[in-house]
Design a protein around this ligand. Sequence first.
Ligand code: GCO
Ligand code: MN
Ligand code: MN
Length: 411
Amino acid sequence: MTPLSVPQQTALVDRLAGACGGAYPPGTRRKYFISGPQWAAAYEGQALFHAPTREPVAFEDVIRHYGEIGVGYWTTHDTDVIPAAMLGKEEQWEVVERIKKALSEAGVDCSMVTTETFHHAVFAAGPAAESPEIREYAAFRLRNTVKIGHELGAGYAVYWPGSLGYQVQGAIDEVQTLRWYADGLNAACEIDIEIARKRGRPTLKHCLEAKPFEPQAEILLPTSDAMLAFIASGLLKHPEMVGLNPEYLHELMWGGAPRAALARALLAGKLWHFDINDGYRLKHDVDIAVGLVNPLDWLNVLVLLRSYGYNGPFNLDYKPPRTTSAYGVWKVSFPTAVDRFITLWEMAGEVIADPVIKEASDALKAGAGAASTDPEVVAAANRELLTLHELIGHRLFQILVGQHRGRLYSL
Ligand code: GCO
Ligand code: MN
Ligand code: MN
């Protein structure tokens, strides 16, 4: 093949994206509660070892692009769109007006707002540091985000505590730090109740997001389960207003099973918001797009969520790789991530309706009818039945690769 100039490369990306086929029209994509984060689309590819590979992009462009490809909801950190120095001042409301205009022009709704309590130098010791003025500042930021959220019509607020942890052992008092962290959330809930009453709107759903490591060596609330325990600890004044925003990859990062973590959140009635992405077990937070690493597990996750009626947002908390261009972000990254999600969601419906899986599951649940308490007798009676576990695994693979629709390889 001859080397390609940049315009030829763009044309090739266009042509091959078309050749992939299987893209859903924007109107179909809009039927799902899928949200596009400002920070994901505006991510320039920078990290500890990396210079940016993409140019900065304005929120107007991000919102317009999401609207064009059919992502109907948008999410943002306060500082993604408002410089820290402007927060809480009159000028911030001018930015909020510009956001509202961009959203309405694009036909996109703001579903969630989140406070950045990890990037700015003031949060070097975390959002619940010893200094009262740091905590007062954190509380101001949380309250301010709640105000912005109501103004933008959001239904959810998310909290990833970031640096709530330590590098040096023994330097902080864990118990006290968690109490202080709860104070910040209490401040957010209290102002929310006040604003909601004044505006005649429901209060926001406040969702905690755990990550097991990064950006501190040790994290005080590292998993969704830790968050559930924190919500139930008695420290929160309004525990009924606080739930979870698990992130798929964050559960894999500590070696957990995302599906089991989601099940525990569902049982607690706290699965309210979900960051969808992919990655590898026991590695850092690579935020790869949904379904590119663990499609079979993702299929099973969506079977679980469909089976138990999860109806919250699916937030594309994914970082387009550094190798993808700004053009590619909208041509490839987001549309293909959305389309894989939709495909897996619909496929999960096929799993639930599949006659083979249904009959196998029903048979497993019916058991063998051995009227005995002798474990030898019970085990022997169930022996053939339990082979169905592996058969179900095979059937799920077949559904994933389309063999249940007759896709065969003739050799
Ligand atoms: C991460 C985190 C963030 C949060 C965001 C919302 O991967 O670093 O998941 O992306 O989701 O800060 O609060
Ligand atoms: Mn996340
Ligand atoms: Mn992540």
